[in-house]
Design a protein around this ligand. Structure first.
Ligand SMILES: [Zn+2]
Ligand SMILES: [Zn+2]
Length: 437
C-alpha cells in the first residue's frame, strides 16, 4: 500500500467567491481542477497525508506585518483573511508536530504585497507568507526563518517586508526582471543597511528549464541555507515557471517542480502564482504534494508534456552556468560587506511603488536607524495617489533601547504634524499595533 514517508498536511482554500475579474488569470476556478486532480489521485486517502480545515486570520495577524491604509477592512476581503488563515493552520500543524511538513493551497496569493498596503499589486493585497512567519515568531518563538520564493515573478513584496530583517533570509529565484513583471529582483538588491546579504536575488533568463533551476538550487540556494542555519524553511511555491503558463516564459514541467521540492524539503509551502489553470496547475500541485510526502514522483506528468515540452537549450545552460559563477562569488565567497554608516546614524531612502491592479502610485520616504544591536527602528512616510498620507513606525522584535527611543521620537513628531491622516505604531517587542490617528 502507498503511504506518505513524511507526514504531510494539506490546507485547501480555492476562494470560489473572489476574483480580480471574470477573465483575469487570478479568478475563481484557478484551483478547481487541482482539487479534482488531488481527489482523482486519491491523495487524501493516502495514510500520512492529512487535510486541515481553514480558519480566517484576524486583523491583528495582518498588523504584525502590514500598515494597511486606511485600515485592514478596506484592504483585506474575507477571502484574503482565509487565505492568510490557511497558512496559519499549516504553520500550527507543523509547529505542533502533527505533521512534518504542510502545503497551503490557498488563494488569493501574497508575495507582491509590501509592508505598506494602499491596494492590490500583482494580484496581491496581503502577504500571506509574511503573516505566517510573524505568527510563527510570536506564537512559537522561532527566530531564524528562510523563505525561498520559486514563483516565476520576483517576490518583491516579501523582499520589501524583510528588507531590514537580518533574521529572515529571503531568496527569490525568478525570471529576469528585465523581461517580466515586476521588473525588479536583481543581484544588487541584497538587503537594507542592517540586513546586508539576507536578501538574495537569482534572476534567471527566459526559457530556463528545471535543469537550470535545480543547478541554481544546488550551487547557491542550498549552500546559503546551510550557512544561514534557519530553524524553518518556507517555500513560496509559485507554479508559473511551467512551460504552459500563459503569462510567463519559463520551461518547467510538473516533474521538475516535484524534484525541486524534493531537494529543497521545505517545512512549509504556500501556493503563489500559476495560471495554466487546467493544463499545468493540477499536475504541478499533485507533484509537490507527493514530493513533500516523500512519495515516488516518477509518474507525475501533465497531458501536454510529450507534445510541448522541450529540454533546456544549450545557450541557456551556458548563461546560467556563468551567472551562478558570478552570484556565488557575490553571495558565498565574498558576501556583501556591512553598511558603512555609523551606529545610530539615520539612513534615508525614497521610493515609488506602483499598484498595477488598482492603478495607484505611492511615494515613500523611509528612515532607518543604522544599528549593530538590532534590526533598527523604521519610519515610513507614505502617500498615495488616492490622497492618503500615512506615517508608520516599526519597532523590530529585538529592538535595542536606542532604537526604541528613536521610534518614540518619530511618533511624537508625527503626532505634531497635521499632514498625516493616519499614524500607526507597530511595536513588535510588545506584539502591539496602535492606531494613533
Ligand atoms: Zn507569479
Ligand atoms: Zn537598535
Amino acid at each position: 500500500m502507498i503511504r506518505a514517508k513524511r507526514k504531510t498536511g494539506l490546507v485547501f482554500f480555492p476562494a470560489f467567491d473572489w476574483a480580480i475579474s471574470p477573465t483575469h488569470p487570478e479568478r475563481e476556478e484557478r484551483l478547481l481542477y487541482t482539487q479534482d486532480q488531488v481527489m482523482e489521485e486519491g491523495l487524501l486517502d493516502v495514510p500520512g497525508i492529512r487535510e486541515y480545515r481553514v480558519r480566517p486570520a484576524k486583523y491583528s495577524d495582518l498588523q504584525r506585518v502590514h500598515f494597511c491604509v486606511p485600515d485592514e477592512p478596506s484592504m483585506a476581503t474575507e477571502s484574503h483573511l482565509i487565505s492568510a488563515g490557511g497558512c496559519l493552520v499549516a504553520a500550527d500543524a507543523v509547529m505542533k508536530k502533527e505533521v512534518e511538513s504542510a502545503f497551503a493551497l490557498v488563494r488569493p496569493p501574497g508575495h507582491h504585497a509590501m509592508k505598506v498596503v494602499h491596494g492590490n499589486r500583482g494580484f496581491c493585497n496581503i502577504n500571506i507568507e509574511a503573516v505566517m512567519v510573524e505568527y510563527i515568531r510570536d506564537v512559537y518563538g522561532v527566530k531564524k526563518i528562510a523563505i525561498v520564493d520559486t514563483d516565476c515573478h520576483h517576490g518583491d513584496g516579501t523582499q520589501d517586508v524583510y528588507w531590514h530583517d537580518p533574521n529572515v533570509l529571503f531568496i527569490s529565484m525568478h525570471q529576469d526582471g528585465r523581461t517580466l513583471y515586476p521588473g525588479s529582483g536583481f543581484a544588487e538588491e541584497n538587503g537594507g543597511a542592517n540586513a546586508r546579504g539576507t536578501t538574495i536575488n537569482i534572476p534567471l533568463p527566459p526559457r530556463t528549464g528545471e535543469k537550470g533551476f535545480l543547478y541554481a538550487l544546488e550551487e547557491l540556494v542550498m549552500p546559503l541555507l546551510e550557512k544561514f542555519e534557519p530553524e524553518l524553511v518556507i517555500n513560496s511555491a509559485g507554479q508559473d515557471n511551467h512551460f504552459d503558463d500563459p503569462i510567463t516564459h519559463m520551461n518547467f514541467s510538473a516533474k521538475g517542480y516535484a524534484e525541486l521540492n524534493a531537494r529543497l524539503k521545505p517545512d512549509l509551502a504556500v501556493l503563489e502564482g500559476g495560471y495554466s489553470v487546467e493544463k499545468a496547475l493540477p499536475y504541478v500541485n499533485v507533484g509537490i504534494i507527493m514530493a513533500m510526502a516523500g512519495m515516488d514522483t516518477s509518474t507525475v506528468k501533465e497531458p501536454g508534456y510529450d507534445k510541448h515540452y522541450a529540454p533546456q537549450a544549450p545557450d541557456i545552460t551556458d548563461y546560467i552556468t556563468n551567472l551562478m559563477g558570478t552570484l556565488k562569488d557575490q553571495f558565498l565567497i565574498n558576501p556583501p560587506a556591512p553598511h558603512p554608516a555609523k551606529n545610530g546614524e539615520i539612513i534615508t531612502t525614497s521610493k515609488r511603488i506602483f499598484y498595477d491592479t488598482d492603478m495607484i502610485n505611492e511615494n515613500q520616504d523611509e528612515r532607518l536607524v543604522r544599528c549593530r544591536d538590532c534590526a533598527g527602528a523604521l519610519a515610513i512616510d507614505s502617500h498615495s495617489s488616492k490622497g492618503n498620507k500615512m506615517m508608520g513606525v516599526h519597532i523590530p522584535k529585538d529592538a535595542c533601547p536606542m532604537c526604541q527611543k528613536m521610534a518614540e521620537k518619530w511618533v511624537n513628531e508625527a503626532l505634531d504634524n497635521k499632514k498625516f491622516h493616519h499614524i500607526f505604531l507597530q511595536d513588535r517587542t510588545k506584539c502591539t499595533y496602535e492606531v494613533l490617528r
